[in-house]
Design a protein around this ligand. Structure first.
Ligand code: URA
Length: 241
């Protein structure tokens, strides 16, 4: 099954004859309460059913409400919805992209287009489900025409992401693509130089691994094997935490 998933991701799977047949699953599914998507639309987030007032879910939902009302930059004027992020408020893995695109803006959810489908397959290749990780973006609103985020927009939006990370405290962060990696690491280095190392994010020193953005992998499928190396590195880090 996992080998099939890797193939779907476009990674050639070679197996030594003496190797175990299956790659061990990355992480056991958490025994925490079932994942509850964090509402992301401009409309007030749906009530968090029976979550204690101080639970990670409730704390995230409160930030979601702030994001839905945010007018800190010009992007609020053109957005259809804010895209807060979704997934398990106690996730071990957090995937962070750049900014919502058109589909995400329309649905208020991250990574729902073609790139999102590939991200789902990458997550599945790691033995997990989308609902058990947390997926967010550096920017919560779509830049018009999918242009790159501007530094001022990143600066204004970043506190939301930082607070999300402080609440979720994942075992590992995967930065998807150059924009996300540079924003999180406060670096101007190209993606190729940022890959292959393990960083520590924030005061909590959350391990952070950089990989290619799924949209780039759709355009350059020959890089999928390298992306898989990155994910495997992240898996090793998460398992050690
Ligand atoms: N690309 C991103 O970086 N984020 C999304 O949510 C969708 C596409």
């Amino acid at each position: 099954m996992q080998r099939q998933t890797l193939r779907r991701m476009g990674v050639e799977v070679w197996q030594r004859r003496d190797a175990p047949r299956e790659v061990a699953p990355v992480a056991e599914e958490s025994s925490a309460a079932p994942a509850q998507p964090v509402p992301a639309k401009d409309a007030a987030p749906a009530p968090v059913q029976s979550a204690p007032a101080d639970s990670p879910q409730s704390n995230l939902a409160r930030i979601g409400e702030e994001v839905a009302a945010c007018q800190k930059c010009e992007l609020h004027k053109s957005r259809k919805n804010t895209v807060f992020g979704c997934g398990d408020a106690r996730a071990d893995w957090m995937f962070i992209g750049e900014a919502p695109g058109q589909n995400e803006d329309l649905q208020g959810l991250p990574f729902v287009g073609r790139a999102g489908k590939l991200l789902d397959e990458m997550i599945a290749a790691l033995g997990m489900k989308r609902e058990r990780v947390f997926i967010a973006n550096v920017l919560k609103c779509r830049p018009p025409g999918n242009r790159d985020p501007q530094p001022g927009e990143v600066e204004k939006c970043e506190p939301y992401l930082r607070r999300q990370l402080e609440i979720i405290r994942p075992k590992v962060i995967v930065a998807l693509g150059r924009i996300s990696a540079q924003a999180l690491l406060k670096s101007a280095e190209p993606l190729g130089r940022l890959r292959g190392r393990i960083y520590q994010y924030g005061d909590e020193n959350i391990p952070l691994v950089v990989t290619y953005h799924p949209a780039y992998l759709l355009r350059s499928p020959e890089q999928k094997a390298k992306a898989w190396e990155d994910l495997w590195q992240a898996r090793t880090v998460a398992a050690a935490e």
